[in-house]
Design a binder for this molecule. Structure first.
Ligand code: NAP
Length: 210
């Protein structure tokens, strides 16, 4: 596919571009200040900022190009409706790490069989917000208001454990993100399935992992 990559020089974008190329895609890199010219592309991918992503997505849709977006902190409903009107797809996922999404799914399944759970999320000290969005989403899926422990230390990247306790047994689910390359497999999955999705907005990698 020919793919326009908004935010190609960012932390995620610069890890993603080589993975897209290694998978056989042709990548058009679009940075801040460049024209959002995606004409002739088969899809656009955005890992920029919550301020930039809506304009990038709108520009791509207006040029007839479907989008895969990892940028967090913006509301995609309106542009999802625009995509639907045009017979295009807008796929948005707050977590493109397949392992993290599977961990959340397994946690939901385990929660039905254990009376108690607690979540430990561990991130590099550069991450200021706590608890992480993934920990909060996991807690919601588990239900019952599990306690979340947040650890911020140098040497960590992004890690999460969900510990379930029962009579005479424990079950621990753990996911470790060791590099931003981890998001590439999810983006490649979304690009591969993009044209099979219904026109309009699709949210979350879990919708592709059935
Ligand atoms: P980052 O390093 O700050 O990268 C963002 C890049 O986008 C920068 O190179 C920035 O350029 C560029 N940019 C800003 N406005 C632009 C525009 N209008 N057009 C094109 N490029 C533009 O951030 P990051 O860590 O890569 O993260 C990017 C986004 O992805 C964030 O919202 C983050 O929360 C999200 N994220 C999502 C996932 C997921 O799995 N869904 C995973 C990690 C991160 P300048 O530096 O020149 O401003």
């Amino acid at each position: 596919m020919r793919i326009a990559l908004f935010g190609a020089e960012g932390k995620v974008g610069s890890a993603l571009a080589p993975r897209l190329e290694a998978a056989g895609h042709e990548v058009r890199e679009i940075e801040l200040g460049d024209e959002p010219d995606v004409a002739g592309c088969d899809a656009a991918v955005d890992f920029t900022t919550p301020e930039a992503a809506p304009a990038n997505v709108r520009a791509a849709l207006e040029q007839g190009v479907s989008c895969v977006v990892g940028t967090t902190g913006w509301e995609p409903a309106e542009l999802g409706a625009l995509a639907g009107e045009q017979g295009l797809r807008l796929f948005v996922a707050p977590n493109f790490s397949i392992g993290a999404v599977l961990m959340m799914r397994f946690a939901r399944e385990a929660a039905a069989h254990f009376p108690r759970a607690e979540i430990v999320e561990l991130h590099n000290e550069a991450k200021k917000d706590a608890p992480s969005g993934t920990a909060k989403a996991t807690a919601e899926l588990i239900g019952g208001g599990p306690v979340i422990h947040s650890v911020r230390l140098p040497g960590l990247v992004a890690h999460q454990e969900v510990i379930f306790g029962g009579e005479g047994q424990l079950l621990t689910l753990r996911h470790d993100t060791t590099g931003r390359e981890s998001f590439a497999d999810g983006v490649l999955l979304a690009l591969g399935r993009l044209n099979e999705l219904p026109p309009g907005l699709t949210l979350g990698l879990e919708s592709l992992l059935s």
